[in-house]
Design a protein around this ligand. Structure first.
Ligand code: SF4
Length: 324
């Protein structure tokens, strides 16, 4: 058993929505995989870099300092992050109120306005900005994604109308004493390009006229610099697909509906805790990538006795320091 089980975060609800057993592993037992997936590593490194830029560091200096074992992933990150300031040409119009701001506020049933006796709503807001001219406050969420967000009516943006994280962070920001005017989403495309590999010798086809390889075939692996340049060129040629920034509004009815979802879902988790019911959802095991706990569910691996896992004392590592 792990501490922090009295905190409801949106990550926790998402884990339970994906698979109750996954929630049990992560938020009841406190297990986490030691090695993170590439999308997670990319997202965390991008967040760190963006945070440094908002704290006043130069983007070239930040980009130059990005390191890692996977040189191609580092190249991908550098090509992406160097463009982040282009999302904020009006940077000087904003005052930074806080970066990585944690909050903890009562979880409320919006139908009765009763507070939960079991749970608090918690989270960490990437950034809070104040518009210097109007004084208006906006929490900001940085996202990296492979999903296409290049047009206004895309599902990516429509879904945000009922996104629970926005509702929770809105409430969190209010609990910190701010009158929120809107949530700003700034989104960077996580490049899908993979390093190009040399064509296997037995598959290579050479043109008769000049002896060169056919299009799409290569004699050598793509270099790290070549990978960086190819991604940078794509970003340069596709600014609308590579980055976006929008203000997401919330009216009272949306907040109420979102809070009701969070309340109802938390109640389901409470019932599961009481009865110890954590059913597996095999449909989620390979939904986007293979679940970190696949070997536990499929082959009976005990994460307590496997070096690929660690057991945390506090099940919300992103909220370390926010005591329960
Ligand atoms: S492997 Fe499948 S059943 Fe097990 S926790 Fe992950 S998603 Fe759930």
């Amino acid at each position: 058993m792990t501490d922090g089980r009295d905190l409801i975060t949106i990550s926790r609800l998402r884990a339970d929505q994906t698979c109750s057993r996954l929630h049990w592993f992560k938020y009841v037992q406190g297990f986490r995989p030691v090695h993170l997936s590439e999308p997670l590593r990319f997202g965390i490194a991008a967040h760190d870099a963006i945070e440094r830029w908002w704290m006043g560091e130069d983007i070239v200096k930040i980009t130059d300092s990005i390191e890692g074992k996977d040189e191609y992933l580092v190249a991908k990150l550098k090509a992406t992050i160097i463009n982040y300031p282009l999302l904020w040409p009006d940077r000087d119009a904003w005052e930074v109120v806080g970066v990585e701001v944690p909050f903890k506020t009562p979880l409320i049933n919006p139908s009765t306005m009763n507070k939960s006796r079991t749970y608090m709503l918690a989270g960490k807001i990437d950034l809070i900005l104040r518009n210097k001219k109007t004084g208006d406050i906006f929490p900001v969420e940085h996202k990296t994604t492979v999903i296409d967000f290049s047009t206004e009516d895309q599902d990516y943006w429509t879904k945000l109308q009922m996104d629970h994280q926005i509702t929770a962070y809105w409430m969190g920001c209010q609990a910190l004493g701010h009158d929120v005017r809107g949530m700003i989403y700034d989104v960077l495309k996580r490049p899908a390009q993979r390093p190009l590999k040399a064509t296997p010798k037995d598959k290579r086809i050479y043109r008769k006229k000049d002896g060169g390889l056919y299009k799409g075939q290569r004699e050598i692996d793509e270099s790290v610099l070549g990978h960086f340049e190819r991604i940078a060129e794509w970003i340069n040629d596709n600014p609308g697909k590579a980055r976006a920034r929008k203000v997401i509004p919330r009216v009272e009815g949306q907040l109420k509906e979102g809070l009701q979802d969070i309340w109802d879902h938390s109640k389901r988790i409470l019932l599961a805790e009481k009865d110890g019911l954590w059913p597996r959802n095999p449909n989620a095991c390979h939904q986007f990538h293979t679940c970190s706990f696949w070997d536990c569910c499929a082959y009976g691996v005990n994460p307590a006795h496997d070096s690929r896992f660690e057991q945390l004392n506090f099940c919300h590592p992103e909220l370390e320091g926010l005591s329960t």
